[in-house]
Design a protein around this ligand. Structure first.
Ligand code: AMP
Ligand code: ZN
Length: 664
């Protein structure tokens, strides 16, 4: 097989596996094998730039930077939808259009996905361009970013027309959104407000590699072209599915608005079971001929209408705005409300996010406000009922000092949040830091919970996490609800935490922006705390995936004399501040400078273990064979093409046993 054929074959395979995974949800190969194939293709493409393809599966990982997004005129205008909010409005619509067409109509009901609209152009089965809606006439070319979304097919299958546009919505499913936010919170950053804004903000990021990291999805709902091979909306959805698009299965064909209403009521009840946000139902006349007959108003098609679900919104009185201090010192303004029932729960408090938000909404104490519960867990204030405003109320003046320690608040340029700078003296920061230190993913101290930490701090028994290691049973016994047995457990739990490995100790220290993953990376790279503490920001940014911001935060942390003292104390108590010997034991430099390719199935170790063994001993693992490959570790059922290639370029072929011998 020529290189060109090999590249072509890999691309087809990867397109197919991508489809099986992201559209059909029925993968046939492991993630590892997928990654290996992708790496192999990346490698071949790098070596053979003449076979470049803008729609190669390698484009999914991103990398292309868009400085300015070009404006593109849509070939077909992207219309708005007119809205309806009641049964009566829908019935009126039915009467109106059935009269105008002169007969009964069939309708397609679809969910109204709440994200950012997108128009994709395909030519000869390849994605050519992706454009945002913009003003409906023209939008921004965001093709590089859209290519990273796995559910957008880069290449189609089946009997697609030569050229067409397809419209859909880019959404961020709840699960991925929650995960992104959990990571941000863990790293001490402000969480994103809601999935819709995060999805639409993602489309305009300059670095497509950043977009690739976000778990976005593209849901399609409409084909547009001059000569479509279908005669109705419903057939169009089915065809789009066949060509490889993600078209949600909830769409249904209905014979009357009475039937449509059943659908609407069903989804109004069940929409929270869906993986992504929806804000209503879109009802479309099924037949394209009848759509043409009905035509458009200045803004929207006459043949379609959106039915908006009632937002889960209530109004209530805002009694007081208070301020909460997080463990990093970040201040969150909180609205304290007259209790109100919202989506099945009683709400007494809601977030106001930050000073800008308060100013934007002009929220004041004493106002009647609208509270809404979207996809997020914490309800938020979305507006003020100005008709109810007492003219005596005063504009809200944002807190200037910390509610807990009275320090003057600071706000760094370009940041939305205010901070309390009193790192060592502000109780919620002290307590929050110790609570973080003992938490499950950090030191995981058995027998000690967040509330006990607060009691310990308030009783002046501890003022930082190092103090935990001085606690004796007699010290804690006088605390509220502390029995003999629980005091013993607490002390022994603290003792046991001295075995927690370095990477988790590092995470536990609570350095801003150093979450679990970053802590692992740093521990692995620097191997011990002294090496990390003496690293400069330049050293740090040279580490894979460590950016300016993290690097600065790490060096700031270690510049502080107080932090250095704390760490010295923790060291003296016997905590782990280097990668433990056991982990290093299986590491060596025996394979330094050698590149390996792994192929086939192995008996004694898995492919992943094999890969780790090579890397732990200084070797490199590559996805495909080239002149630079030193060894091919060959297992059962190895592909014949790899074998032939290895023989051709003179790579040494070794068995699993021979490899293991190299290490012993
Ligand atoms: P609006 O922005 O309220 O005028 O509503 C029109 C927008 O709804 C379109 O631009 C799409 O982005 C979005 N939308 C979401 N789901 C659908 C759907 N199933 N069919 C048509 N439009 C939809
Ligand atoms: Zn404070």
């Amino acid at each position: 097989m020529t290189t060109q054929e090999q590249i072509k074959q890999l691309r087809e395979e990867l397109h197919r596996h991508n489809y099986l995974y992201y559209i059909e949800d029925k993968p046939e190969i492991s993630d590892y094998d997928f990654d290996m194939k992708l790496k192999e293709l990346q490698h071949l493409e790098e070596k053979n730039p003449e076979f470049e393809d803008p729609n190669s599966p390698t484009r999914r990982v991103g990398g292309a930077i868009t400085k300015n997004f070009n404006t593109v005129v849509h070939d077909y205008r992207m219309y708005s939808l007119s809205n309806s909010y009641s049964k009566e409005e829908l019935e009126d619509w039915e009467n109106r259009i059935e009269k105008s067409v002169g007969g009964k109509l069939q309708y397609v009901c679809e969910l109204k996905y709440d994200g950012a609209s997108i128009s994709l152009t395909y030519k000869n089965g390849k994605l050519q361009r992706a454009v945002t809606r913009g003003d409906g006439f023209q939008g921004d070319d965001v093709t590089n970013n859209i290519k990273t979304i796995r559910s957008v097919p880069l290449k189609l299958k089946g009997d697609f027309p030569e050229k067409f546009d397809i419209r859909g919505e880019i959404v961020l499913p709840y699960e991925g959104f929650a995960k992104m936010n959990a990571e941000r919170v863990e790293a001490g950053e402000e969480p994103y407000a809601n999935p819709r804004n995060t999805a639409s903000g993602s489309l305009k990021l300059q670095d497509s590699a950043e977009v690739a990291k976000r778990p976005l999805e593209c849901l399609l709902y409409s084909l547009v072209a001059d000569n479509l091979p279908v005669k109705s909306q419903f057939e169009g959805l089915e065809k789009a599915r066949e060509w490889g698009f993600k078209v949600p299965p909830e769409a249904e064909l209905k014979n009357s608005i009475a039937e449509v209403l059943d659908y609407v009521n069903y989804w109004d009840q069940h929409r929270h079971d869906l993986p992504y946000e929806t804000d209503g139902v879109v009802i479309k006349v099924n037949s394209f001929d009848q759509q043409d007959e009905l035509g458009y108003t200045a803004k929207s098609p006459r043949w379609a209408i959106a039915y908006k679900f009632k937002a889960e919104q209530e109004s209530t009185k805002l009694n007081k705005i208070t301020y909460q201090v997080g463990r990093t010192g970040a201040i969150t303004p909180v609205a304290n409300l007259d209790p109100v029932q919202l989506a099945g729960t009683t709400v007494k408090r809601a977030s106001l996010h930050n000073a800008d938000q308060i100013e934007k909404l002009d929220v004041r104490e004493g106002d009647t406000v609208f509270v809404e519960k979207g996809g997020e867990i914490i309800p938020k204030i979305v507006g003020v009922d100005f008709t109810q405003r007492d003219p005596e109320t005063l504009e809200t003046k944002y807190a200037e000092t910390c509610p807990e320690c009275d320090s003057e608040l600071i706000r760094k340029e370009g940041e939305a949040q205010h901070y309390c700078p009193n790192y060592n003296g502000c109780p919620p920061q002290i307590i929050g830091r110790i609570q973080h230190f003992i938490s499950r993913k950090a030191m995981d101290i058995e027998g000690l919970g967040g509330e006990t930490v607060a009691l310990l701090v308030n009783a002046n028994l501890i003022t930082n996490y190092a103090d935990l290691y001085t606690l004796k049973k007699e010290d804690v016994l006088p605390l509220e609800r502390m029995a003999e047995k629980s005091a013993e457990n607490l002390v022994s739990g603290i003792e046991k935490s001295k075995e927690i490995p370095f990477e988790r100790v590092l995470f536990a220290l609570g350095i801003r922006y150093v979450g679990e993953t970053v802590a692992k990376k740093l521990a692995k790279h620097y191997k011990n705390i002294d090496a990390l503490a003496s690293a400069s920001t330049e050293d740090l940014t040279a580490v894979d995936e460590i950016g300016e911001r993290i690097a600065q935060s790490v060096t700031d942390f270690f510049t502080s004399e107080e932090n250095r003292e704390l760490i010295q104390r923790l060291k003296d108590y016997g905590l782990q501040f280097e990668i433990i010997a056991e982990e290093l034991e299986n590491q060596s430099t025996i394979l330094d400078g050698n590149t390996f390719v792994i192929s086939g199935v192995f008996e004694k170790v898995s492919r992943n273990e094999l890969k780790k063994m090579i890397e732990d001993n200084g070797g490199k693992v590559s996805g495909s064979i080239s002149g630079k490959t030193d060894y091919l570790v060959a297992g059962e059922n190895m592909g014949p093409s790899k074998l032939a290639k290895a023989e051709k370029v003179g790579t040494k072929i070794i068995s699993e046993n021979e490899f293991l011998q190299m290490l012993s």
